[in-house]
Design a protein around this ligand. Structure first.
Ligand code: PGA
Length: 264
């Protein structure tokens, strides 16, 4: 696992944009797995800037998002479709028909079918080349809450009290936060060819340490990234402040720069 520690949020976002832009330039038809939340906002801002100022071209790119609140319409300002449109898709030259976010308004009876089809679409597109991930306060990746199977697939999930509280900052009150979501599973995420994990701030330090250095456990589904062969973690000093191996990660990052190879 590559663990890159940056000075601050800005540098984390730029380094993450370097990883995504390198892929998009090398493989214009690549498939990006995308995440929502506060963490990747800076990454998306930087990608929009590079599109506008440097011509970074997304015209052939396909994207799949990790999750969507169940019950929210695409036009709801807190829906993840709305988030992606406003934070990224409207600012770049991607074809909207090539951007996939689970549909939060699928009728209950059609959920199983919808989730199966979402997975099939990912396969048909050739699989996800790089999956961007944030880490939730309760250790989740996507909405795989503690207790989610580490082989889980796209499905309807219930949200924990902590997630509802963490995400209530975007809503008028806790009560308005949806209780359910459609989410890629941990198993789905682990099939991506590469993972790009981001975290910022001291608030995430403990959960980041558990995810990277703790035991692999469904109690912290982000710990499942340890089972993936190609993971790049980019975190700022705050989020890295509880890591016990930080000195080694910095040494490995310097070594990478010297030999010009990624040390996974
Ligand atoms: P955040 O959420 O980026 O808003 O902290 C992360 C997550 O829940 O995955």
């Amino acid at each position: 696992m590559r663990v890159l520690i940056t000075k601050n949020y800005e540098e984390m976002s730029k380094k993450a944009a370097d990883v995504v832009a390198e892929l998009v330039n090398r493989m214009p038809k690549c498939v990006l797995g995308l995440a929502t939340g506060s963490t990747p906002e800076g990454l998306y801002r930087e990608l929009v800037r590079r599109h506008r100022e440097e011509g970074l071209d997304f015209s052939m790119t396909t994207t799949f998002n990790l999750d969507e609140y169940y019950g929210l319409d695409v036009n709801h300002p807190q829906s993840y479709r709305y988030f992606m449109d406003t934070n990224l898709f409207n600012g770049i030259n991607i074809e909207k028909k090539n951007t996939f976010v689970p549909d939060g308004k699928v009728p209950v009876k059609d959920i199983d079918m919808f989730c199966k089809e979402y997975e099939q679409k990912i396969k048909k597109a050739g699989g996800i080349d790089i999956q961007v991930l944030g880490i939730g306060g309760d250790g989740h990746i996507a909405f795989n809450e503690p207790g989610s199977s580490l082989t889980s697939r796209t499905r309807l999930v219930a949200l924990t009290e902590q997630t509802i509280k963490d995400n209530s900052r975007f809503f008028k009150s806790d009560k308005e936060v949806p209780r359910y979501a459609l989410s890629m599973g941990v198993g789905t995420i682990l099939e991506a060819k590469e993972l790009l994990v981001l975290a910022t701030g001291e608030k995430k330090a403990e959960v980041v340490a558990k995810a990277i250095e703790g035991p692999i456990t469904s109690s912290i589904t982000a710990s499942a990234i340890q089972m993936h062969p190609k993971v790049t973690v980019i975190i700022d000093e705050g989020a890295a402040s509880r890591l016990s191996m930080a000195v080694f990660y910095r040494f490995a990052a310097e070594a990478e720069a010297k030999i010009g190879l990624k040390l996974f």
